[in-house]
Design a protein around this ligand. Structure first.
Ligand code: NAD
Ligand code: TYD
Length: 358
């Protein structure tokens, strides 16, 4: 079996749903169920005997170690994190706690568990750490995309906390021989993304007739990857990646923010036309994010060459699927935005599953 931390979040829940669609191997989700964790994302999966959930904070190393000893996983796939840059600017403490101290506690639990299993189990064990391209900092317009050897230069508290966690993972491989793998991925989008991030926020604000708040001049560039392609990349690294290695995952799909928002408006104009005018009329320019990185771009050559991974979706096909998903799942979005998803979790998990948004 495998352990997936953060499996009730956006990418983690997509990973678990894709996993059970392709494999019969059991999954234990370890998730604190913060504001970003939503058990409803896993509804279909939790109804089966293949997937179980423990509402546990990764900072609680003792509880994590007890779970590892009980379930004896062959791998840990570590998604759990505080993940939103704007929140890290308002309150960096939680980012250091979960992303740095939490990853440290998880590594310590994994190392203790790993030291107790048989040599053959030790050889096949994997600790896969999911990270971000934001650790590499910001690119100029003509700079080459980030590669696995680009020096770290994180700019936001979020990026700095992820960079610190990447360094700890690297050190646990070099010092203790723990078979770790690290992936650094570009911006994801797709089903179940919490509507604080650019793409779901714009889709839902547009449908609600609200302003579409573009930061600064809207010319910041991100490299977009459909979440299902990211999950396939993580599975490829888990099965075929070399321990101790880093793999950058990206969609070769650089877009300016304003182009992304306009593309969303065009899709909505086609799929859910307004009585009058275009959704693009709701675009407004707002004050820029402090320290806003100008451009991210990933060179995914290594994972393409060594592990034969390729994204299946183009930005156009992935964005269409995403807009269609949000149109079909207005109830999910309503429950997330009015907080009802937390009531449901409280009923399921008691106070342990009712953390307030920071
Ligand atoms: P998310 O915020 O949607 O989900 C995070 C999950 O982690 C939630 O279920 C939350 O409850 C859980 N969690 C938070 N703190 C925890 C703790 N202390 N203990 C246990 N669980 C905790 O995040 P996401 O967008 O799904 O990102 C997943 C991972 O991928 C993160 O590590 C992030 O840095 C990385 N990543 C994200 C993107 C992106 O575009 N979203 C891109 C590259 C890398
Ligand atoms: P976001 O989804 O927060 O991801 P990240 O900061 O990790 O790249 O933002 C993507 C881009 O969109 C980023 O350049 C900031 C910008 N942005 C806006 O212009 N308006 C918004 O309301 C948000 C949330 C983001």
């Amino acid at each position: 079996m495998i352990v997936v931390t953060g499996g009730a979040g956006f990418i983690g829940s997509n990973f678990v749903l894709d996993w059970i669609a392709q494999s019969r191997e059991p999954v234990l989700v370890i998730d604190k169920l913060t504001y970003a964790g939503n058990v409803e994302n896993l509804q279909g999966a939790l109804g089966t005997s293949q997937v179980s959930l423990e509402c546990v904070d990764i900072c609680d190393g003792d509880r994590v170690l007890t779970l590892l000893r009980k379930h004896e996983p062959r791998a840990i796939v570590h998604f759990a994190a505080e993940s939103h840059v704007d929140r890290s600017i308002l309150g960096p403490g939680e980012f250091v706690r979960t992303n740095v101290n939490g990853t440290f506690a998880l590594l310590e639990a994994a190392r203790a568990y790993w030291s107790e299993i048989s040599p053959s189990q030790q050889a096949s064990f994997r600790f896969l750490h999911v990270s971000t391209d934001e650790v590499y900092g910001s690119l100029g317009p003509n700079d080459a995309p980030f590669s696995e050897t680009t020096p770290y230069a994180p700019n936001s508290p979020y990026a700095a906390s992820k960079a610190a966690s990447d360094h700890l993972v690297r050190a646990y491989h070099h010092t203790y021989g723990l078979p770790t793998l690290t992936t650094n991925c570009s911006n994801n989008y797709g089903p179940f993304q919490f509507p604080e991030k650019l793409i779901p926020l714009m889709i839902l604000n547009a449908l609600d007739g609200k302003p579409l708040p573009v930061y600064g001049d809207g010319l910041n560039v991100r490299d977009w990857l459909y979440v299902g392609d990211h999950c396939a990349g993580v599975r490829a690294v888990l099965e075929r990646g070399r321990p101790g290695e880093v793999y950058n995952i990206g969609g070769r799909s650089e877009m300016r923010n304003l182009e992304v928002v306009r593309a969303i408006c065009r899709l909505l104009d086609e799929l859910e036309p307004k009585a009058k005018g275009s959704y693009a009329e709701q675009i407004t320019f707002v004050r820029d994010r402090p320290g806003h990185d100008r451009r991210y771009a990933i060179n995914p050559g290594k994972i393409e060459r060594e592990l034969r991974w390729q994204p299946r979706e183009t930005f156009a096909s992935g964005l269409r699927k995403t807009v269609q998903w949000y149109l079909r799942n207005r109830g999910w979005a309503d429950r997330v935005r009015d907080g009802r998803y937390r009531d449901w979790m409280k009923r399921q998990y008691g106070d342990a599953g009712a953390h307030e948004a920071p």
